[in-house]
Design a protein around this ligand. Structure first.
Ligand SMILES: *Cc1c(COP(=O)(O)O)cnc(C)c1O
Length: 348
C-alpha cells in the first residue's frame, strides 16, 4: 500500500459538469460562444512558440491588467484559473488546522482546497432565501479562522450581496481574518448596488478579490484567473505558485481578450439577460427561482433534483445537479435555453 495522507479519503471530489455528445451543455457556467477570433489568433501564435517556457512572472499580462483595473501591478497575481489561486490563498495564509469559513452551497472548490491545504473547512448554510448567511458566517469565525470566502454573485444560487451588507460585514470581520471576495461572475452583474470588490480594497486591507477569464472572457479551457490583494499577500501568492503554471497560450489569450473587452462584456450581458429570461419563464411555470445576478439560475428542487436532471437529459440538455439541494442551469444561447424551458414545462 502506498503511504498516502490519511485525510485524503475525506476529500470531496470536484464533480465537473458533464459533456454528453448530442446534448446541449448548460452545466458549467461557461458562455456558450467560442473564444473571440482575435483571441484565437493570439493563441495560435503562442502555440507556435510553445517549445519555450512561458514568462514565469506573467509580466505583460499583469501590467495590462493593472492598467485596465486601475490598480498597481504589485497587487496582482495571475494564476492557472482562480481555482488555483484559491489553493494558493490557503497555502499562503493557513497553517495546519487553521479554519476556512465559506457559505454553503457555494463554489465546490472551497472545501477541496481547504482540505488539500491542511486547513479545516467550516461551511455555513445559506439562508432559506439561498443567500449567504452573513450573520452566521461572522458567528462561525474563531481564533483559528484565517480565511472567509464570499462568493458574489454566489455559485450556484446566483444570489448577490449588496454594497451596504458587504461593507457592514467587512467592518465586523476581525483583523486576523482575510476576506476573499470571489467575483468570477462580476461581468454578468446587472444591479449597480452589487459592489465591485476592487472598490473595497483601499478601505479594507484584509480583503482580496478573485477574478477569472473562464466565464465572461470564454477561456475556461485555457486556465487564467487573477487575484488583486495587498502587495505582501500578492507576493506571497506568487511565491507558493507552481512555477510556469500559467501557460504561454493562456497568457496570450488573456492579453488578447483585454483588447476586445467591450465585445466580450456585451456578449456577457446577453448571457445574463438570457439567465433572467429563463428565471422569469420558470417562475411563471411555478418553479421557485431565486433572484440571479449571474449567467445561470438555481432551482432548489430538493429531493427531486436528480430526477429533474435526468428529465432534462432526456430532452438533450445537461444541467448541473447538486443532489439533494437543487439544479443549476447555465444560460446558453437562446435556442438552447428554450430547450431547457420546454423540458421544465413537461416535468411533473
Ligand atoms: C468558475 C468559478 C471560478 C473560476 O474558476 P477558474 O479556475 O478560473 O476556471 C471561481 N470561482 C467561482 C465561484 C466559479 O464559479
Amino acid at each position: 500500500m502506498t503511504p498516502l495522507r490519511p485525510d485524503l479519503s475525506s476529500l470531496p471530489a470536484y464533480v465537473a459538469g458533464r459533456t454528453v455528445p448530442g446534448a446541449v451543455k448548460l452545466a458549467s457556467n461557461e458562455v456558450a460562444l467560442p473564444p473571440h477570433p482575435h483571441v484565437r489568433e493570439a493563441v495560435g501564435e503562442a502555440v507556435a512558440a510553445g517549445n519555450r517556457y512561458p514568462d514565469i512572472t506573467v509580466t505583460a499580462l499583469s501590467e495590462k491588467l493593472a492598467g485596465h483595473l486601475g490598480v498597481p501591478r504589485e497587487r496582482i497575481t495571475v494564476g492557472c484559473g482562480s481555482v488555483a489561486l484559491c489553493g494558493q490563498l490557503i497555502s499562503a495564509v493557513c497553517s495546519p488546522g487553521d479554519e476556512v469559513v465559506f457559505p454553503w452551497r457555494s463554489f465546490e472548490a472551497y472545501p477541496i482546497v481547504s482540505v488539500i491545504g491542511h486547513a479545516t473547512p467550516v461551511p455555513v448554510p445559506n439562508t432559506a432565501g439561498h443567500e449567504h448567511d452573513l450573520e452566521a458566517m461572522l458567528a462561525a469565525i474563531t481564533d483559528r479562522t484565517r480565511i472567509v470566502f464570499v462568493c458574489n454573485p454566489n455559485n450556484p444560487t446566483g444570489t448577490a450581496i449588496r454594497r451596504r451588507e458587504l461593507t457592514d460585514f467587512l467592518a465586523r470581520v476581525p483583523e486576523h481574518v482575510l476576506v476573499v471576495l470571489d467575483e468570477a461572475y462580476r461581468e454578468f452583474v446587472a444591479d449597480p448596488e452589487v459592489p465591485d470588490g476592487l472598490t473595497m480594497l483601499d478601505a479594507h486591507p484584509h480583503v482580496a478579490v478573485l477574478r477569472t477569464f473562464s466565464k465572461a472572457h470564454r477561456l475556461a479551457g485555457l486556465r487564467v484567473g487573477y487575484a488583486v490583494a495587498a502587495p505582501d499577500l500578492a507576493a506571497a501568492l506568487r511565491s507558493v505558485a507552481i512555477p510556469f503554471s500559467v501557460s504561454s497560450p493562456a497568457q496570450a489569450a488573456a492579453l488578447a481578450a483585454l483588447d476586445v473587452l467591450d465585445e466580450l462584456e456585451a456578449d456577457a450581458r446577453t448571457a445574463a439577460s438570457e439567465a433572467q429570461r429563463m428565471a422569469a419563464t420558470l417562475r411563471e411555470m411555478g418553479y421557485e427561482v431565486p433572484e440571479t445576478q449571474a449567467n445561470f439560475c438555481w432551482l432548489p428542487l430538493g429531493d427531486r433534483t436528480q430526477e429533474f436532471a435526468e428529465h432534462a437529459l432526456d430532452h438533450k440538455v445537461v444541467v448541473r445537479a447538486f443532489h439533494p439541494d437543487g439544479v443549476r442551469i447555465s444560460a446558453g444561447v437562446a435556442d438552447e435555453n428554450d430547450l431547457l424551458i420546454e423540458a421544465a414545462r413537461s416535468f411533473s
